[in-house]
Design a protein around this ligand. Structure first.
Ligand code: SF4
Length: 342
């Protein structure tokens, strides 16, 4: 059977490799040092009397009493699905998948959302802390390489509240915080020392476009502060010997039709954060939700062209960003490395 050779773009000639054997997830260190209890209390205090879990700062919304604001989620998180995801970045999916937990709803309103059924249309199972912990354990038992919280911005307190239960049940996988980057610094500081891998999607640079397409004019400033904070906490991406992520930041950028000026600005800024920033330039934009049905958004009712993607890749190279997602297996399952059980 063919094996996956970890590419230089991932391990950086060994500079970005950590020992899997010696790796201890951040939350285990917090737990052993007795810091987890105060983290839970602090996180829950963000739910009310006015929720300040995310930058929307919904005034008068007390989620402790199950009220909800822009995100439409009350006291407990709702989960749309939880499964081993084999379509994530190679460094996350490895050969056994990334243990994704998709939270329902979102604090952004991207009118082109590629997952709008999950983020905007309601639904999902209400999960209390123990149920959420059990979902994590089930993914660990399936063999996933990590637990990947998708769209966690509005449910940070609920995730933190579930962690002591998950630890008690035996969770030992690294946590991935997979976010739109519309995160509050307060929430990220609660997550400090709990999350090992941050995966922010940096969408737009321009305020007017952010107002129009995300319904969040302050998105660019918020995203820059959030990314800088994530980078401060965990640094550039490091992988284990077999190329699976253990710690650091993986940045996604979905290239949008006709918006290469945003792409250029974002890539330049990421390079100033560190030229070693690990980046996945994504080409899978397709018109969805209102971008597909409403005439006023006609300019984004098309796919990104090959030329635009080629220009975006050139921009990344010109910005000096070399540490990039490689998709060596062309999206097919990665075979386990030689000598490693599948
Ligand atoms: S998490 Fe929800 S309720 Fe809280 S501030 Fe954000 S959008 Fe508002």
């Amino acid at each position: 059977m063919a094996t996956w050779h970890v590419p230089t773009e991932v391990h950086g000639d060994g500079r970005f490799v950590l020992s899997r054997k010696e790796f201890v997830p951040a939350y285990m260190k917090a737990f052993e040092a007795g810091r987890l209890k105060e983290k839970v209390e602090e996180a829950l205090s963000h739910l009310g009397p006015s929720c300040r879990t995310c930058p929307r700062l919904c005034k008068g919304v007390d989620r402790r009493s199950d009220q909800s604001g822009v995100c439409r989620v009350g006291r407990y998180a709702r989960v749309s699905s939880a499964f081993p995801h084999l379509g994530e970045e190679d460094v996350l999916r490895g050969w056994r998948g990334s243990g994704t937990i998709f939270f329902s709803e979102c604090n952004l309103r991207c009118l082109f959302c590629q997952n709008f059924e999950i983020s905007q249309m309601g639904g999902g199972e209400v999960v209390d802390p123990k149920r959420l912990a059990r979902l994590m354990l089930r993914l660990q038992e399936t063999g996933c390489h990590n637990i990947n919280f998708v769209t966690p911005e509005h449910v940070v307190p609920q995730i933190v509240e579930a962690l002591p239960h998950a630890i008690e049940m035996g969770l030992r996988l690294p946590l991935v915080y997979n976010t739109s980057s519309y995160d509050s610094l307060e929430s990220l500081r609660v997550m400090e020392g709990l999350v090992d891998i941050y995966m922010p999607d940096f969408k737009l640079w321009d305020r007017e476009r952010s107002r129009r397409f995300l319904l969040a004019p302050d998105y660019p400033e918020v995203a820059r502060s959030a990314l800088a904070e994530m980078h401060r906490q965990v640094g550039v991406l490091r992988v284990e010997e077999e190329g699976v992520a253990l710690r650091g930041v993986v940045v996604r950028h979905l290239v949008m039709p006709g918006m290469l000026d945003d792409t250029r600005a974002i890539l330049g800024w990421l390079s100033s954060l560190s030229p070693d920033t690990y980046v996945n330039l994504m080409d899978q934009y397709r018109p969805a939700w209102k971008a597909r049905t409403e005439l006023r958004f006609a300019e984004i009712n098309r796919r990104v062209s090959r030329e635009e993607m080629a220009t975006a890749s050139r921009m990344a190279r010109e910005a000096g960003l070399w540490h990039q997602d490689t998709r060596l297996a062309g999206g097919l399952p990665i075979p386990p490395p030689a000598g490693v059980a599948g």
